[in-house]
Design a protein around this ligand. Structure first.
Ligand code: MN
Length: 715
């Protein structure tokens, strides 16, 4: 078991003057909160955070990462909170712990292999700070090292996840040794028989080849020395999983895999590397097509090296890698090592905080010439524009940043979208305009009666959702207009004592065509929209079918029209149009005498607004029409009045009396008091016209204690 002193000693090997008090404090804290918890191995739980912190110290990481390593399970598995950690260990450590906790809370339940790429992208997106990922990888590595204590089913699940998600992530960060160890551990638990068999065979062969490896190393060292190059030569067996993968991919046996050992020549400068390559190629014949220059074209994870395969001293293939010490460090320890190497032993404070890894990765990409590699990396790096969330079943879905539960609902099914009534994120209800965050588990609540609204267009981000909402609204409007158009026409026909039902059956199509509509529905919808009037339809019908009755009908028409008091029109005349459905706008409650304007709505006739209504400016100009009041003494109109008075007893009664005294009806009254000792009343009252309204207002103003009276512009 790792002890805290092992960690502190390790830190002092690369940061001799480091103040490790924060790390020690984290150790004490972690011991306290994990007290009494046990690992499945029977060891105290604390052994796990200690091991994780040690792995991080082995990678020569900064103190915040190591501190976070000690605390990484505290929020997830104990009563401690992220706020407490921030208070005790600062925002830097807290951010890392929070990031690791969030990744741990993602539940991958199904189809990991299919979704692996998305999961990796999501984890990368969640690890805004590269150190979050480094701690997570150390955590996974120790869990894999102690996997034998898990139950069989869990072992397989964790190993699968490691192979599909975490080993590739380690590879992307260029941490070769973690990638190799994770792969071999996963291999061991996923394919136990193949693993054991291959392990024994490879070990046997390597035993046989010990002398061979030494011989090759000797030849290389000597030859380099002849040319005045000092170097280190390593002969390293390839890790088991890479051999296994190669056998599977090529469908060959171990006997046919020649390069079980990769030789590596490590030199001082880049020039020496190319010199050494020439020497190797003069020594042994290179295999065509196997040379790769990752020095001039580094991999996306910063890996640099020359690779070549040659026919060795006994006619066998040998893979040789040639690189500098710095490149070797980056290749084995990853990008973080590159930072340490470049910036000296300790990262500066602001660099620690920023680690603008992704940004720089993008810059490196520009220098790459292989477009496939470029695309591969760009795909991963464009994620600031994307957000990854999960269904309750653990399926990952990708959305543009800023997407909402509406987008999520429509991505499941159009009907789920149409009936989306609410959403739960991570088990809690959220408003529909909530912006989805990486790793959220989203559940949509549907209700049969729920329908899309125009407002949804403002919060939906995906084109799919927006298209579906627009489609729905269009259909809905058509349906409403159709019903309204039918109703209006039916009345018009009745007025002329004509049978509307029969018209629909017999002649409607012909009338529609002659009015230039494709279908009868289109004509009725146009009537509902107010684009044509029902009397135009009747007129056309009469002309086409009942020529001999025209006069009689037209007589009836004018007689009927004069008899009717136009209850529909609410005292409004619209130039050139009869019988259009009219509503007084609720926002500004116009009364006769007000300057007004009409607005042709989609499917609900014409709405009358006051010209000074604040909503008028946002209306589509070409749907506005001129309207005038017709005098009609019997009708009263509602208006909303705001009255501010001193906060004294009896004000409500006094104001109400004033309104009644002006012969206006009160429909509704509300009162609010405010801390500034005034009382605010709103009255919904009925008046005949603007003159009457003026009288009412001046009546209220005369009441003692009234400070202000306004006609409300918008409710
Ligand atoms: Mn852990």
């Amino acid at each position: 078991m790792i002890r805290i002193n092992d960690i502190l000693d390790q830190i002092h090997t690369y940061m001799p003057d480091a103040d490790t008090s924060l790390v020690e404090k984290a150790y004490v804290y972690s011991a306290k909160v994990h007290a009494g918890q046990m690992r499945l191995s029977g060891e105290p739980y604390l052994s796990h955070p200690l091991a994780v912190a040690y792995i991080l110290a082995q990678q020569k990481l900064d103190l915040s990462s190591i501190t976070a390593g000690l605390l990484h399970d505290a929020v997830e598995d104990t009563l401690s909170t992220i706020e407490e950690i921030e208070e005790m260990f600062g925002p830097d450590v807290a951010r890392i712990v929070d990031g690791v906790t969030k990744i741990s809370q993602i539940r991958f339940q199904s189809k990991i292999e299919k979704q692996a790429e998305n999961i990796r992208k999501m984890i990368l997106a969640m690890s805004k700070d590269i150190r979050v990922l480094l701690v997570k990888l150390a955590d996974r590595l120790h869990n894999m090292r102690t996997l034998q204590y898990q139950k069989e089913r869990k072992r397989v699940k964790i190993a699968r996840e490691t192979l599909d998600i975490y080993a590739p992530l380690a590879s992307r960060l260029g941490i070769d040794w973690i990638k190799r160890e994770l792969e071999d551990l996963a291999f061991r638990y996923l394919y136990p028989e193949e693993y054991e068999e291959l392990k024994q065979e490879v070990e046997a062969r390597l035993g046989e080849r010990k002398a061979y490896v030494e011989e090759v190393k000797e030849i290389i060292s000597k030859k380099m020395a002849e040319y005045g190059l000092s170097c280190r030569v390593l002969g390293r067996p390839k890790h088991l999983y890479s051999i296994f993968r190669k056998m599977r991919r090529r469908n060959v046996s171990l006997d046919e895999i020649y390069d079980l050992i990769a030789f590596r020549i490590i030199l001082k400068t880049v020039t020496e590397c190319y010199e050494a390559l020439g020497i190797v190629h003069s020594l042994w014949k290179p295999v065509p097509g196997r040379f790769k220059d990752y020095i001039s074209l580094p991999k996306a994870n910063m890996y640099q090296s020359l690779h070549t395969t040659v026919i060795g001293p006994y006619g066998e293939r040998m893979e040789i890698q040639i690189r500098t010490e710095e490149m070797d460090k980056v290749a084995t320890e990853g990008i973080a090592a590159h930072w340490l190497y470049k910036e000296g032993k300790v990262l500066k404070k602001d660099q620690q905080r920023q680690f603008e890894w992704l940004k720089r990765l993008m810059e490196w990409q520009k220098e790459l010439e292989d477009p496939r590699e470029f695309l591969e990396s760009v795909r991963m790096d464009l994620f600031p524009d994307e957000v990854y969330v999960l269904t309750p079943n653990g399926e990952i879905k990708e959305f543009p940043m800023g997407a909402t539960p509406i987008d999520f609902a429509y991505s499941i099914h159009t009907e789920v979208g149409h009936h989306c009534a609410g959403a739960k994120v991570n088990g809690k209800m959220v408003p529909l305009k909530y912006q989805l965050q990486n790793g959220d588990v989203v559940e949509i609540i549907t209700s049969k009666h729920h329908k899309p609204s125009r407002d949804w267009l403002k919060i939906a981000r995906t084109s799919r959702a927006r298209a579906r909402i627009r489609q729905w609204i269009k259909t809905e409007e058509r349906e409403k207009s159709l019903a309204l158009g039918k109703d209006l026409c039916n009345r018009e026909f009745k007025k002329h004592r004509l049978d509307f039902a029969e018209f629909l059956k017999e002649d409607a199509e012909e009338v529609a065509k002659s009015l230039s509509f494709k279908t009868v529905d289109d004509m009725l919808i146009a009537a509902g929209y107010g684009k044509i009037s029902p009397s135009q339809i009747v007129g056309k019908y009469v002309k086409l079918k009942h020529v001999e009755d025209v006069e009689e009908l037209l007589e009836q028409d004018s007689a009927g029209a004069s008899k009717q008091k136009k209850p529909q029109s609410e005292g409004i005349q619209i130039q050139g149009h009869d019988d259009i459905m009219i509503h007084l706008a609720k926002c500004c409650t116009p009364v006769p005498g007000d300057e007004v304007i009409g607005y042709i709505t989609r499917g609900r006739g014409v709405t009358i607004h006051r010209e000074d209504c604040p909503n008028v400016s946002s209306l589509e100009p070409d749907r506005k029409i001129e309207v005038t009041w017709t005098t009609d003494d019997d009708v009263n109109y509602p208006v909303m009045l705001n009255v501010v008075t001193a906060d004294e007893k009896g004000m409500l009664a006094a104001v109400s009396n004033a309104i009644s005294a002006a012969e206006a009806n009160i429909l509704e009254a509300k009162v609010y008091t405010t801390p500034d000792h005034s009382a605010h009343f709103t009255f919904l009252a009925e008046v005949r016209d603007s003159g009457h309204l003026k009288k009412v207002i001046s009546g209220i103003k005369k009441v003692n204690g009234v400070m202000r009276v306004d006609r409300q512009a918008s409710v």
